[in-house]
Design a protein around this ligand. Sequence first.
Ligand code: SAH
Ligand code: SF4
Length: 352
Amino acid sequence: MKRLLLDLTPDELKLAVSPDYRSRQLFQFIYRQYGENFNALTTFPKKIRAALDCEFTIEAVKIAKKQNADDGSIKYLFRLNDDLAIESVALLMRGENADLRAANWTVCVSTQVGCKVGCAFCLSGKRGFFRNLTAGEIAAQVLMVKKDLGLSAEKAVNVVYMGMGEPLDNIENLRKAVSIISAESGLNISPRRQTVSTSGIAPKIDLLGAMKLGVLLAISLHAVDDGTRNQLIPMNKAFNIARLLESVRRFPIDLRKRVMFEYLMLKGINDSLSHANKLIRLLNGIRAKVNLIVFNPYIGSEFERPDQRSIEAFQRCLLGSGLFCTVRVPRGAEIDAACGQLQERQIVSCET
Ligand code: SAH
Ligand code: SF4
């Protein structure tokens, strides 16, 4: 079977294709000229092109389906070469001009097909685990979205590892994907524009910190007491809230940035003002920002969305304490909820 060229970092490509300037040209051809097959690599002698074609394939993902939301965000269903499917979302950031190619985009990528963590509220978790994505399959999602949106190679996007799967459960491929996505001769997206979201595998947060990749961190906290969190995220029994926050406090992060805490609001479970006050106390001393996610129901889900009034009261309480806090409202009716339910609309934001 052919190897996936996108799985190679620039250094690995140098070992596979020489001299160095040829491997650089090839990397640019893929990530900056959006090249799809070796025949179009006309600066290369025919013999080298044929040899490359024998050993490698460029295509990692195909668009199987695309759905547009009212606010311009787009959800992609990608087909992998072994026919499994993953999802990515191109999130259109707020307050942008009409020219979509000039707008600011955040690409939300999957890191696994399915997920082993099995959170009670998550469809990816309920569907079980199929396999890890390779580094190239992760990078390919960013590349395909840029290509499909018609963005120029120079146009920077943000990347959030918040699609299907638990990124820290696939940490070696994640590390490699970050390095491929940030390579200057390729997509050139600084690690500071890349955010890894985790359900809280505390030792792996320490490992990610030790890797010194320079990425930002998002923690799916979702509860302020271990009893509730155990119910929602079974892994909390192994790494409870206190243990998780210890790792977060140790995580190296640019002093101008904050750790994002995602808090999924579930009616009657974690949405009261006493929960909000407990959250304020828990995050005391951490450079944090909170993103309240409104639960996106799906057929058969046992949870409900809180009403608008309690969401607003919860947010006001956090803002009142001086915490940064945004609200994310997934709109399942427009983009059906299957991966991280990432459709984003910020109702009120105190962030500039
Ligand atoms: N596994 C990682 C990243 C992928 S999930 C993590 O858990 O952080 C990305 C986000 O989507 C998480 O914060 C997750 O809690 C949230 N999510 C999962 N199911 C959801 C649902 N039904 N409605 C709203 N958000 C959901
Ligand atoms: Fe996995 Fe994240 Fe879904 Fe939990 S919320 S099952 S960790 S993808």
